[in-house]
Design a protein around this ligand. Structure first.
Ligand code: FNR
Length: 204
């Protein structure tokens, strides 16, 4: 069994990105489980809070889930062409204490959805130096950038259009298995150069 920790970087009730994560979890192939992490109780990072109280329980829970997982799936909104502070804050907290060890060598994929034309392409690129600093391993055999996403989800944030899901088989082929945790390099050449935001719906 391959276990992936999935984190959506939005707290919004009808979030497109949380909906994308739920859809990805629903579409995971046999033998793969995507566990959706809860970021709602993670406080803003504050060094004084950390010094006084240590790592918050909500952060420790996520770090434990990451340590037990074979990979991490970040479903990231894009804010002002960059990463959203909400999700960066979670990752920053998780990197404290023993958390760095949970990231080290972990395959990480970044996908995302936005109402705009570029489907979080900028934000996905802006995650790269963060993921390099955390010594993660790239898991980007394909790219999933869901553009004009407002038309693809209902008002509850549930994906109602099947087009993004059609690209998932490409991504699943690159899923990290338990062997990845043993240090075997399963990385395959990056095909990002070929990625083009589709006119509508986005992907790979
Ligand atoms: C946005 N949004 C946005 N979208 C985009 O494609 N590129 C961008 O640079 C930005 N910038 C931006 C800044 C701020 C402050 C906000 C609040 C929003 C729009 C954003 O993609 C949209 O609100 C999504 O719906 C947010 O994701 P969730 O909450 O639906 O998952």
């Amino acid at each position: 069994m391959t276990t992936i920790l999935g984190l959506s970087g939005s707290l919004r009730r009808a979030s497109l990105n949380s909906g994308l994560l739920r859809a990805a979890a629903d579409a995971a192939p046999d033998g793969v489980t995507i566990t959706i992490g809860d970021i709602a109780q993670v406080p803003l990072y504050d060094g004084d809070l950390e010094a006084a109280s240590g790592i918050p329980a909500a952060v420790s829970a996520l770090t434990d889930q990451l340590a037990a997982a074979d990979g991490l799936l970040l479903v990231s909104p894009e804010y002002n062409n960059g990463v959203p502070g909400v999700l960066k804050n979670v990752i920053d907290w998780m990197s404290r204490g023993q958390g760095m060890a949970a990231f080290k060598g972990k395959p990480v994929a970044v996908i995302g959805a936005s109402p705009g034309n570029f489907g979080t392409a900028h934000a996905q690129s802006h995650w790269l130096p963060v993921l390099r600093m955390l010594a993660t391993r790239p898991w980007w055999d394909g790219r999933l950038m869901v553009s004009r996403a407002g038309d693809l989800f209902d008002d509850q944030g549930t994906l109602t259009d099947t087009r993004p899901a059609k690209s998932w088989p490409n991504s699943w082929r690159a899923l990290p298995g338990p062997s990845a945790r043993a240090g075997r390099d399963r990385h395959r050449p990056c095909r990002a150069d070929r990625a083009r935001p589709a006119r509508h719906g986005a992907v790979l």
